[in-house]
Write a protein that binds this ligand. Structure first.
Ligand code: GAR
Length: 190
């Protein structure tokens, strides 16, 4: 079966993109990254993608007159690269209903909490403040509602008595780097 073609959307560091890239180097991995899109021209992950010879493009919102025009440029590059699945990986910009509906069932995200708990930002600090004992990450389909689409898979970590947001984030990130590639693999085999 031909490998599924992934587009990975980033805004910064791109460590989840790198985890997908590493996983895809295995011969039997059913997908490969065919395109990287960033909304930040200085995103570190863009260089990682270019170093791996992956087509990588920055579309900064300020270069476009409207959100619709910004997304239209992104749709164009997705169409040109024959993409099967779009994976948001630290892409910190809300997508319009038009965009999420266009790619319904082909657009997923990884979020650093056990959704539906702690949608939005600062999830690790909020999980500690809420005195949760469990935290983690979620891969979900993207809908118009922020962090609200159907849940596909989750990984848990325990919150320790003296945890800090940074220490907890680091442990969750380790799980993200396993959960995202394995979930993509399952989706691309079905
Ligand atoms: C990851 O922890 C990801 O779950 C989170 O941003 C980080 C990106 O790191 N995403 C969100 O908060 C989306 N709402 P990375 O650029 O190193 O993959």
């Amino acid at each position: 079966m031909p490998r599924k073609r992934l587009a990975v959307f980033i805004s910064g560091r791109g460590s989840n993109m790198e985890a997908i890239l590493k996983a895809s180097q295995a011969e039997d991995y059913p997908a490969s990254i065919a395109l990287v899109v960033s909304d930040q021209a200085d995103a570190l992950g863009l260089q990682t993608a270019l170093d791996a010879n992956i087509p990588a493009f920055a579309f900064e919102r300020k270069e476009f007159a409207s959100k619709a025009q910004h997304e239209a440029a992104i749709v164009e590059v997705i169409s040109a690269h024959d993409i099967d699945l779009i994976c948001l990986a630290g892409y910190m910009r809300l997508l319009s209903a038009e965009f999420t509906e266009r790619y319904n069932g082909k657009l997923i995200n990884i979020h650093p909490s056990l959704l539906p708990k702690h949608k939005g930002l600062d999830t690790h600090a909020r999980a500690i403040a809420a005195r949760d004992t469990k935290h983690g990450c979620t891969v979900h389909y993207v809908s118009e509602e922020m962090d609200g689409g159907e849940i596909i898979a989750q990984a848990e970590v325990s919150i320790l008595p003296d945890d800090t947001p940074d220490a907890l984030a680091a442990r969750v990130l380790v799980e993200e780097h396993k959960l995202y590639p394995s979930t993509i693999s399952k989706l691309c085999q079905s």
